[in-house]
Each structure stands twice: as structure tokens, then as C-alpha cells.
Write a protein that binds this ligand. Sequence first.
Ligand SMILES: Cc1cc2nc3c(=O)[nH]c(=O)nc-3n(C[C@H](O)[C@H](O)[C@H](O)COP(=O)(O)OP(=O)(O)OC[C@H]3O[C@@H](n4cnc5c(N)ncnc54)[C@H](O)[C@@H]3O)c2cc1C
Length: 406
Amino acid sequence: MKNLEIAIVGGGAAGFFAAISAKEHFPDAVVTIYEKSNKVLAKVKVSGGGRCNVTHACFDNKELSKFYPRGTNHLRKAFDLFNTTSTIAWFKNRGVELETLSDNCIFPKSNSSQTIIDCFEYEAKRLGVIVKIQTPITDIVKLEKGYVLYANENEILVDRIIYTTGGQPKSTSLSWAEKLGHTIVQPVPSLFTFNMPSEPIRDLMGIVVEKATVRVEKTKLEADGPLLITHWGMSGPAILKLSAFGARILAEGNYDFAVLVNWLHTMKENQLREELEKVKDTNSDKKISNYNPFSLSSRLWNYLVDKSSISQDARWKEVTGKAFNKLVNTLLNDRYKVKGKTTFKEEFVTAGGIALDGVDFKTMESRYQKGLYFAGEVLDLDGVTGGFNFQAAWTTGYISGKNVGL
Ligand SMILES: Cc1cc2nc3c(=O)[nH]c(=O)nc-3n(C[C@H](O)[C@H](O)[C@H](O)COP(=O)(O)OP(=O)(O)OC[C@H]3O[C@@H](n4cnc5c(N)ncnc54)[C@H](O)[C@@H]3O)c2cc1C
């Protein structure tokens, strides 16, 4: 009997994980990775600033799934089959030691993404996975039995496919899947920082506020965490989270919107008013610029005082009426105009791709075509920064490989 021919389209994170899983579960199958460029695992190489943030120390599947603006419900089920604990064990069993940093991001102990690449390439070779580079798959057609892949004017006949081509800037590259019944969700970028070309706060570049809450005006979008002021606007985990959860809505508005910053994290107006009254009672003769009651940097404090139209020389006892109200508003609802976005350290992901309802996440098989599987960022799923995007690639890659030969 002829051996099962399994094609893995795309030699990235999900592609390698799927190929290794497929060959481990179905050793008799012929597993071939088709990669369009002349290099496999290119994104793994540059990931995490060359260190590769492989996963995140979050060991509760329900909590883990909340880090994915798109894919929460589907991934929650998939994490029951392969989660962060599985990832750590997978690498450990193959001799790759990982370490968890204080922010719960997990990296190889070697601090080099090459360790991950070496591990994948070694495993693929050991198992007999075939890798064909410079082989872009431009079309896929279903046959009565199996599929034909079109590559460099060649036709490749295969029995099964795991499609792992990553985030695609254009949905046209997936028109073959649309013809086979899949819905393609329009791709838009996720994970970016906010440009604020008209905002003088940019002069405070480099200042970090450890805990701020940022909301997008006129929406329910809200995120908290560290906020970094940059020379082009704002960045840091709070902003990146907001960009991920708001990826679609912000794209629809052409990245022209306003944010409201609560510089005091979750503090509410009543509480702040009480605290400021206390400050006024106990420090009434001190200059507002000399006595900053919050853990904000003095440069930022003075900027916020200015923005509230209060003189730096004003004494606390003089901060009354309108000035008092304005200070409260600036501290809790400080408005900034955003116009445009900037990539964060080259790291970005694509929201959109193959609609999730067309895929059975217990197997990663298409609900419309037998023998067709999907894994990784080509699906309409993506996470915030911190190792979550690779975790989705490992999870979906592993499950697809485990089922592709059944
Ligand atoms: C600079 C950067 C840093 C990042 N750092 C991290 C990080 O530290 N941690 C984290 O979790 N996530 C990180 N990410 C996100 C993460 O890299 C991706 O989510 C992940 O690589 C997705 O894996 P994938 O296999 O689905 O896609 P990819 O890794 O993009 O692989 C897809 C592969 O398919 C190939 N391909 C595409 N079309 C075709 C075709 N038609 N025929 C054949 N081959 C094709 C591509 O050339 C590519 O090799 C980073 C992203 C970037 C851009």
C-alpha cells in the first residue's frame, strides 16, 4: 500500500511543529514541508529580539485563552489537548531548557532563538521530514481523492494538507480556501504603538508609568499595565494590549481616534477627590510642583499640572474650584489624539485569516473538506505579546499533526 503523503504548506513555527507531530504520530507517512522563501523558521529567528519568547507561564487554560483577542473560545478547547505545560515538557524532552522571567515570559535558557531552530531542524531530520525551500504554493485544488498543490508550475499530488502559511497581509492568498467553502476574515495588523503627532507629551519620551489604564474614547476598549511615553506617542504593554483587542475597530477608523489615560491606574474620582483634599489639609503651603502625592515621575507630574492650567508656583491650598476639578480630570481622564500607528520592535501579528468556525479545534481539520488542516497565524487567532502567539502555533501545530494521518 502506498504511504500517506502529507504536505505541510509553510516552514514556520506552526509548520515545523505540525510536521514533527505528524511524523511522530504517523511514522510511515511521507511528510514534506513546502516553504516559499529560501529560509525556514525566519520569524522564529528574529522573535523576542533574537531570544524567542516561546510561551508564557500561565498554567490555567481558561486564563490563558483570555490573552487572545481572537480565538479565546476555540483555543480554550485546544489548550486541553496541548497547553503551556505541554510546551515546556516538549522542549525539555528534546534537551531544550527554558527559563521563566519575572514577567512570566518564557525563553530558552541559552537566550538565543537559534536553540529553538536547531531543535526543530534536528527533530525534523531525525524523523525524516522532507523540507523543500523556494517552493511557494500558489494554488490548491481538491481532487476526488486528495489534493493537488501548484508550485513553480509543478503539480504536487498529496493525500492530506496542513496549511500553516502565517499571517497574510492580503486575503487573496487564501482564495483557494474560499473556493473550498472557508470564510476569510479580512486581515488587519495587531500589536502596534500609537502615534500622537500633535501631542506635546512626546517631549517626555522615556518616562514609564508602571500602572496606567488606557481607554479608547467612545468605545468599550480598555487595557491596563505599564505605559511608556515615546518620541512618537505611547507604547508599552497597556498600549499593545489595547492595539490587539482593538485591532479591527481601530483599523476601521483608519487609526484616527482619541485615548483617555487614567494615570493613577484604577483610582476612581471620589477616592481621588478625598486624597487631594487630604493633601491640601496637610501640605497646604507647599508648592504643587514641589509636592507630588503620587508615584508619578516629577517631569510627568509637572506636565499634568501645566495641562490642568495650574501654575507651578501655586500652593496646594490655592488649588480650588475649577483648577481642582481640572486636575482631577487630567489625572483620571487625560485625553490624547492618536493619528497613525507604529510597529513595536518589528513585532506584529495579523488578526484575520481563516474563520475559526470552519475548523474543528479538536483535530484542526476543516469542517468542509476532509484531509485539510490548518495551524498557526493563518487562522483568525492572535494573542497579545508575551509568548502567546507561539503557544497558539505549537498548540494548533501539534493537534493537526496528531490527527492528520487518521
Ligand atoms: C519580529 C517578530 C517577533 C516576534 N516575536 C514573538 C515572540 O517572541 N513570541 C511570540 O509568541 N510571538 C512572536 N511573534 C509572532 C510569531 O512570530 C508568529 O505568531 C508565529 O511565527 C506564527 O507562526 P506561523 O507558523 O503561523 O507563521 P510564520 O512563522 O510566519 O510561518 C509561515 C511560513 O509560511 C511561509 N509561506 C507563506 N506563504 C507560503 C506559500 N504560499 N507557500 C509556501 N510557504 C509559504 C512563510 O515564508 C513562512 O516561513 C513575533 C513576530 C514578529 C514579526
